[in-house]
Design a protein around this ligand. Structure first.
Ligand code: ATP
Ligand code: MG
Length: 252
């Protein structure tokens, strides 16, 4: 279980997040962090990864991680940033194996890496150079590097932002399956509210540096919350298959 308690963060004298409490994120579940551009989602994720200085406490399974260095945290927390590294002279498979070897001495590294590429539907890219990939393909390759490590906590900053509709679903389903199978605590920053509502167990909506709503998708996403967090008027409805749909009518 991962708990964030009274987290605050900013840049210089500028405060971005204050009094952030996100208790009890459970193993085997996926939580989405939502909120408008500049709401502080990436700052929060980097703070959890130990890459940005923050106040408050972070505990994982009863252990206080607050004063652990980023490298110590990296043993249990894997973080995929919003902007991906450029100019990496490796193939997709080499990068995936490298990510795995950085955290374990698994003798089956090649097999395990190929299996992750297969699950993400990018086996055909195994021998491609990272530099030669499209934006979406590079995002999938980065996701493979994160998933192959089997972390306790998986932090993904906008993992589907460059993906087509089919890959968005494939990626969300794969993350959810792997999260459940391996008992991972997954957190993804997302802008697509319907995607978040369909695939995540819990949504945390950030607004004005605070947690505005936190709960199951139907509880966290309300018309009032959309208006407050994004400044839009909209409706939450269910489609014929029961999936939550977010219909935005206007910018208020
Ligand atoms: N390196 C930085 N130095 C100064 N201010 C920063 C820095 N990075 C982010 N900020 C500011 O902190 C606030 C939150 O930024 P953050 O990147 O966390 O937002 P976000 O919710 O991830 O937005 P987006 O949806 O656009 O990715 C913004 O006002 C931004 O301008
Ligand atoms: Mg961001």
């Amino acid at each position: 279980m991962l708990s964030v308690n009274n987290l605050s963060a900013g840049y210089g004298r500028k405060s971005v997040l204050t009094g952030i409490d996100i208790p009890g994120m459970q193993a085997g579940t996926m939580t989405a962090f939502l909120g408008q551009n500049g709401a502080g989602k990436s700052t929060l994720l980097r703070s959890l990864a130990g890459l940005h200085k923050a106040g408050g406490t972070l505990s994982l399974d009863g252990t206080d991680l607050t004063h652990q260095s980023p490298s110590a945290r990296a043993r249990s927390i894997t973080y995929m940033p919003q902007s991906l590294p450029q100019r990496v002279a490796l193939t997709v498979l080499e990068a995936t194996i490298g990510a795995l070897r950085a955290s374990s001495r698994d003798p089956d590294a090649v097999k395990r890496s190929l299996a992750v590429l297969e699950r993400l539907g990018i086996s055909n890219l195994a021998m491609s150079q990272l530099d030669s990939l499209s934006g979406g393909q590079r995002q999938l390759a980065s996701l493979a590097q994160a998933l192959v490590r089997k972390p306790k906590v998986l932090l993904l900053d906008e993992p589907t932002s460059a993906l087509d509709v089919a890959h968005q679903i494939r990626v969300m389903r794969t993350i959810r399956e792997i999260t459940q199978e391996q008992g991972i605590i997954a957190i993804a920053v997302l802008h697509d509210l319907a995607l978040a509502a369909r695939w995540c167990d819990r949504l945390v909506l950030l607004s004005k540096g605070r947690v505005l709503t936190d709960g199951e998708p139907a509880d966290a996403l309300t018309a009032a919350a959309l208006l407050e967090a994004y400044g839009v008027t909209g409706r939450i409805e269910r489609c014929s298959r029961g999936h939550i749909q977010v219909l935005i009518d206007e910018v208020a």
